[in-house]
Design a protein around this ligand. Structure first.
Ligand code: GDP
Ligand code: IMO
Ligand code: MG
Length: 427
């Protein structure tokens, strides 16, 4: 099993959780490498549906070591709840490891996330309100608190106390908000320390050893390429590095240990939160996709913005992630449409482009240029062989392969593991 990065090729929610769960069947280690509880990764196994936020999507496989790596910002309250919830459902979680270097989301990060959004007014990002931006900002400012600080009984009270006192100055003086009670925060976080302690260790050697011995490591991306802090649709992005390169930011490996990068994409596009979305459909077709695809956020329940597939975005994802292949999903959602569109380029002002402009927020109009293909009327959720898909559906898949420039490794026709179909036609 090659060491594989699974990365979102669009704006998140592409079904990375499902692809990771599928690959985990063959893997020894699954590593979540970035983001925090802003992620919501759905894994369906039989009649059971798991919505994971911090715990890696390999967790249903008892033979897999699941690592929350250094680049993740961990909300101890949400992680403790997630662990308890999964245990309640019968998962032992003996195989979970949390990096001692992972930074913590503190209560003030969540308050600040909301205050900053309010201050942005009409330019609000539409964050998940999980404290992600403020936590990564503190990490970069070198005032973050790490998992190893949380579980250290000698230092915890002092470190947490100093941090809450410092942030209370910001909350009260800058925003006129209420101060947090330092003692309450320390007490609450001490309880989380006691739940999480048994899972915390230096995770890098575990990942390094597995990767070096060809035991099969899956690096689970969160968010998506277009939400990357560097190359996403800034400032309407998250504060981490969801792209494949993020998988070697402190997980225990360097880029040469990665054998394969699989981009996950829907056969249409969705986005949650604000920011440019050239192929968005604010019409009944967009509503049709939202309802058929049940496109409501896994983390916040917000309706996702829906639109046609965008090959400009896919090519951009191929470039920034060195994608070897795409796992293309949600083909079942487009059943019943007489025609389906794919954007092949944009008219930006008076120019035609086929690559993503670096400044999509300049105020120039961005009009997608579409190629129209025939749709298919058949319900396809029960199809198990690629060749049994309607011919127009296969033409659509082949065209996406041509336009993106990488092979379509798998297609999927529903949320279940068994609804992921490997290509069998040799393409
Ligand atoms: P992630 O954040 O990339 O892991 O994706 P999410 O879990 O947030 O969103 C993907 C949603 O699509 C989940 O509800 C999945 O159960 C569902 N899903 C995955 N693959 C398919 C598919 O092929 N068809 C349909 N209809 N739903 C799918
Ligand atoms: P998964 O891993 C979709 C979006 C938010 C917002 C922006 C910034 O499930 O694909 P943040 O809370 O990170 O500061 O919000 O990023 N966003 C996601 N959208 N899927 C996600 O994760 C996302 N994580 C963050 O909606 O627009
Ligand atoms: Mg999601």
């Amino acid at each position: 099993m090659p060491n594989t990065v699974v990365v979102g090729a669009q704006w998140g929610d592409e079904a990375k959780g499902k692809v990771v769960d599928y690959l985990a069947q063959q893997a020894d280690v699954v590593v979540r490498y970035g983001g925090g509880a802003n992620a919501g990764h759905t894994v369906s196994a039989g009649n059971e549906v798991y919505k994971l936020h911090l715990v890696p999507s390999g967790i249903l496989h008892e033979h897999v070591t699941c690592v929350i790596a250094d680049g993740v910002v961990v909300d101890p309250r949400l992680l403790a709840e997630e662990i308890q919830g999964l245990r309640h459902r019968g998962l032992p979680l003996n195989n979970l490891r949390i990096s001692s270097r992972a930074h913590l989301i503190m209560p003030y990060h969540i308050v600040l996330d909301q205050l900053e959004e309010t201050k942005r007014g009409a330019s609000a990002i539409g964050t998940t309100a999980r404290g992600i931006g403020p936590a990564y900002a503190d990490k970069a400012s070198r005032v973050g608190i790490r998992m190893q600080d949380l579980i250290d009984d000698r230092r915890r009270d002092r470190i947490l106390g100093a941090a809450v006192d410092a942030k209370n100055e910001v909350l009260t003086r800058l925003y006129g908000a209420d101060a947090l009670d330092t003692g309450t925060v320390i007490k609450e976080y001490t309880a989380y320390a006691n739940v999480l302690r048994e899972y915390v260790c230096d995770t890098a050697p575990i990942v390094a050893a597995a990767a070096a011995n060809d035991r099969g490591v899956v690096f689970e991306g969160a968010q998506g390429t277009l939400l990357d802090l560097n190359i996403g649709t800034y400032p309407y992005v998250t504060s981490s590095h969801p792209i494949a390169g993020g998988a070697c930011l402190g997980t225990g490996i360097g880029p040469r240990a990665i054998d394969r990068v699989i981009g996950v994409a829907k056969c249409y596009t969705t986005r949650v939160g604000a920011g440019v979305f050239p192929t968005e459909l604010l019409n009944p077709t967009g509503d049709h996709i939202r309802e058929r695809g049940q496109e409501y956020g896994t983390t916040t329940g917000r309706p996702r913005r829906c639109g046609w597939l965008d090959a400009v975005v896919l090519r951009y994802a191929v470039m920034h992630n060195s994608l070897d292949a795409l796992a293309l999903g949600h083909l079942d959602v487009l059943s019943g449409l007489s025609t389906v569109n794919v954007a092949i380029g944009y008219n930006v002002g008076n120019r035609y482009v086929e690559t993503l402009p670096s400044d999509l927020n300049s105020g120039e109009t961005v009009e997608p240029v579409y190629e129209e293909l025939s749709g298919w009327s058949e319900e396809i959720t029960g199809v198990t062989r690629y060749d049994d898909l309607p011919s127009t559906c296969r033409v659509f898949v082949n065209r996406i392969q041509e336009l993106s420039g990488v092979p379509i490794w798998s297609v999927s026709v529903g949320p279940g593991r068994e609804q992921m179909i490997q290509r069998t036609d040799g393409s």
